[in-house]
Design a protein around this ligand. Sequence first.
Ligand SMILES: [Zn+2]
Length: 358
Amino acid sequence: MKNTPRNLPLNAYHAIASKKIRHIGTTHKICLIGRGCCPNAIKSHSVPVASLRGIAKDGHVYAFVSPVHAELQNIYNCEYQPTRLGINEASTYFGFCSTHDDAIFSEIEKRDVEPTDNQALLFHFRAYSRAFYQNANSGKMLHEIHEAQRPADHVPTEALETVASYFQPQVDTLSILEKHFERMRSDVVAKTHPKLEYLFIRLGCVPDVMCSTLLMPLYDIEGKLLFQLAKECNATCQAMSITLMQDSVGGFLLLTWYDKDAVASAFVRTFIRGGYDINRLIAVVFGATVNFFFSESWWEKLDDERREMLMYYASVLIIDPADTSRDHIQIMYQALVNHPATYVNWPILSVTKSAALN
Ligand SMILES: [Zn+2]
């Protein structure tokens, strides 16, 4: 087994795993609403292509994609370079058949965003469905990685044990995600409005960073551990969504979560208390989520120091499982508190909060 200069294990399984992870978003095409009763799911955008166009250069945006084996060593050294992605590929997944995709999401793709309660639910559902889609297929992927053919003289016992150790946690996580997804799915189909909380910030510009992503906050935005609160509330992977997009009148940031999610609520309350520090939230998006995209010109205008910080944040989710000797998530939250930086200058035009936050 090779070791990187920082003593992180590097093995052939990363090569197989990274290939599979890259393909996970394209190989399963079952509609998440009608399941087997629907035609194949179509490729749809979790961040609409019309929105991505607002930050695209020559039809491309930047993103951090799942690395191939050869890139891992650089990432372990926090040199995780973004990749140019065509906007027709960025943020896509095969979640819904054409009929359900149109019927469900037209209200957020073809109408102005206020947001209504239903729009807040739909943005949340969009982000959740993409994450659920990825997780629903990851169990199969883990088994394929475990059973993949390898050269006869290569028996990476430790790596096999590591992969096998993810089997049960993956099943447990999926079962929790499934429970929440099912509830959300019935709410969306029946057009009932569950108790959702949200914070909506209207921006005076097109945001240079866009996302439709889920955050399971382990720390609040001031870097304090939320684990105890999660334990007390028996919180279970409910997760808040973060949506950053362009719309017909400019741009917006929307944070949405179910009202019983005390952990997400605690995270957002510290964000409000800190005066809506969007720069810190951007660091959280880079450090603790996936499925975010940004403009090449914005990235090129940042100085080296800020680019390096953002590359560090983006590498955390890859370093963390590879180096269990330290809590990299905690180190990341400490970094964003101790090294504040201005990444964006987006004017805040207005803030709308759901009732419980007032
Ligand atoms: Zn369908």
